[in-house]
Design a binder for this molecule. Structure first.
Ligand SMILES: [Zn+2]
Ligand SMILES: [Zn+2]
Length: 352
């Protein structure tokens, strides 16, 4: 079959790879119908070398139709339309039992974040087909009447954005700062509004993205033109924001999130800070302000059942972020467009 394969830094190739095969009785094989490029795919694109990682099929945001199931898969049958969690849980260990599938004791035996599709140990879904381990735990049936694009982002970035609002404990009446208006930031804004935030301050350097945030009901802020701390204080009688959600993955924006919240504020870091240190004066920034800081890899298995009904009821329309649609064979160009922020790109969706 054909797939988008990582071959090294900035070397993304559309090529033949072996067809996926059932290896364990809990596996399923999917024919992929839709798949997307994610900001975290770009960490491979920029990061390590081929010598570090070898060659593997990319992609952790995908859905499709079941072609084959192992003898122990109970909840699904051949022909079902399903979406798949980006992280792989076993569904049976002590941490999966606590909804912490991202820390699954079986699937992270090789270390943290080794249980994500589209990484060296788990061939991904930017391909014509994929093997899904522990299918009963990691696959979710797509309701009749919803099309692929409406549910595709439940695989990762919609639950990730919602998790930001959840970890920051966004509550009715709160003033919430969301730093970053990329795909995850957009979903964090929408999630904060759904949870009853009184005011969402959307922060980005891109005025085009800020205009869209304003249309969504947010108060736009470009930090090259306005001071976030001052604006947050001026809109909250001098206190500062109640919560901040960092959706960039940069040490400076993590610090900005901690700075703009009030004493007792809650900060969620859902951006991926990869290969960089975040330094902070712990006493004045955290202890002295009684801050709560939380972060994590998303557990779509926990959030999908909560978010899917909101899409079915029309309260959430995740398709608004799609700017580019292309054939899987054009994937390498898709990565270039996404990486270079060409053509006002926000999200690239591919069809094999
Ligand atoms: Zn992703
Ligand atoms: Zn587990």
């Amino acid at each position: 079959m054909k797939a988008i394969v990582y071959q090294g830094q900035k070397q993304i190739v559309y090529q033949n790879v072996p067809d996926p095969e059932i290896q364990a009785p809990t596996d399923a094989i999917l024919k992929i119908e839709k798949t997307a490029i994610c900001g975290s795919d770009l960490h491979f694109y920029h990061g390590p070398t081929r010598e570090d990682l070898g060659e593997f099929t990319l992609g952790h945001e995908f859905l499709g139709t079941i072609e084959e199931i192992g003898t122990d898969v109970r909840r699904f049958k051949k022909g079902d339309r399903v979406l798949v969690s980006c992280t792989i849980g076993c569904g049976g260990c002590a941490l999966c039992d606590e909804n912490l599938y991202s820390g699954c004791m079986i699937n992270t035996a090789m270390g943290p974040v080794t249980n994500v599709f589209g990484s060296p140990l788990n061939p991904g879904g930017q391909a014509e087909g994929v093997k899904v381990p522990f299918a009963d735990t990691n696959m979710f049936r797509i309701p009749e009447g919803l099309d692929d694009e409406q549910v595709l982002f439940l695989t990762d970035i919609l639950p990730t954005g919602y998790m930001g609002a959840d970890l920051a404990e966004v509550s009715p009446g709160d003033t919430v700062v969301v730093i970053g208006c990329g795909p995850v930031g957009v979903f964090a804004q929408l999630s904060a509004l759904i949870r009853g935030a009184a005011l969402v301050i959307a922060v980005d350097l891109d005025d085009g993205r800020l205009e869209k945030a304003q249309a969504r009901g947010c108060r736009p802020l470009n930090p090259s033109k306005e001071n976030l701390d001052e604006v947050a204080k001026s809109l909250t009688d001098g206190r500062g924001a109640d919560c901040a959600i960092e959706a960039v993955g940069n040490p400076a924006t993590v610090q900005a999130a901690m700075s703009c919240v009030r004493s007792g504020g809650r900060v969620a870091v859902i951006g991926v800070v990869a290969g960089e240190q975040v330094t902070l004066d712990f006493l004045s920034v955290v202890t002295g302000k009684n801050l709560t800081i939380r972060s994590g890899i998303v557990n779509p298995q926990y959030y999908i059942p909560k978010l899917l009904p909101m899409i079915e009821q029309g309260r959430l329309d995740p398709t608004e972020i799609i700017t580019h649609r292309m054939d899987l064979s054009e994937g390498p160009r898709g990565y270039e467009i996404f990486d270079n922020h060409e053509e006002d790109v926000l999200k690239v969706v591919m069809t094999p």
